[in-house]
Design a protein around this ligand. Sequence first.
Ligand code: DP6
Length: 337
Amino acid sequence: MPKVTAMAHANLAFIKYWGKVDFKLNLPVNGSISMNLSSATTTTSVHFDGRLKGDTVILDGTELKPDDPRAAKVSAHLDRVRKLAEIDTSAKVETENNFPQGAGFASSASGFAALTVAAAGSAELTLDQKALSRLARAGSGSAARSIPAGFVEWLAGLDDHSSYAIQIAEPDHWDLRDVAVVVSDQEKAVPSTQGHKLVTNSPYWQARKNQVAHRLNRVTYAIKERKFDVFGQELEAEAMAMHAIALTSAHNNSNGTWTSGIYYILPDTLELMRAVQQWRADGLPVYFTLDAGPTVHLMCEAQHANQVQDAVRELQNDRDWQIIVSEPAGGARVIDG
Ligand code: DP6
């Protein structure tokens, strides 16, 4: 079978996927909306090869041990592809990310989107975008949204067939920028898969569920009509809503100790969140969102991106922050093979 290489972008959620109704199929409680990020990519090659005795996974140049949970997740995803293609051949998978993992860029999104497209290609399956998105979703929910290009909505659906992502608008529809400020490159303490399980522990969970349908409509409208302030206000309020749930998801840790909630926000994160309020008051149109990590994503229109970066650098002083600027990007695609 051919070796196929695919590339996919990470995506930034404007409306968050936070909570599942089905943990095996990754069926979300609510629909979500995102934009693919030009500067955050995963490139993955897959080669189903009859000579191999088992799957091998090479991540950023290092072969993962078979008992590494990441290798197990990749093999489980290859199993889904093998089932569809009716083969039992092992595969060699080589994958590289160009951005820090676990720090607020969902590496699982671009990772499973690229893996899905490369594996389907190597297994010589012909799948349309909907089928690829459904398949990617089973690997990691947010990966469903990295399949289509540009601005994307993941339709929550009711079952495996009806839960997949569609395009809202092409990448060139709206010249937005994500100025991502990576304030720490440490792995997050609570993986998002765990966070999804804890949402019902929050006493505010029902309120969030009631609010999200209206917010989906507002953000879709704001994207289609390019209404930046409507977009920004929903975006920022949504990030706070997700973190309000996380911060109030009390739980027992694996070591038996009790924690009042999940803290993804670091002191530098909070400083940036507060600075954004001041920058807006000073007339700079910029809003933030956060995922399950300390990275702050500052959203603005392209004409303000330099001013936003200048403001970040002034605040940064001599701290070790990394700024990564992205524009809306294309979907997951084969680049070789
Ligand atoms: C905070 O897609 O990483 O980034 O389906 O368990 O793999 P799994 O979860 P994952 O969750 C992403 C959560 C988020 C919000 C979002 O991307 O919508």
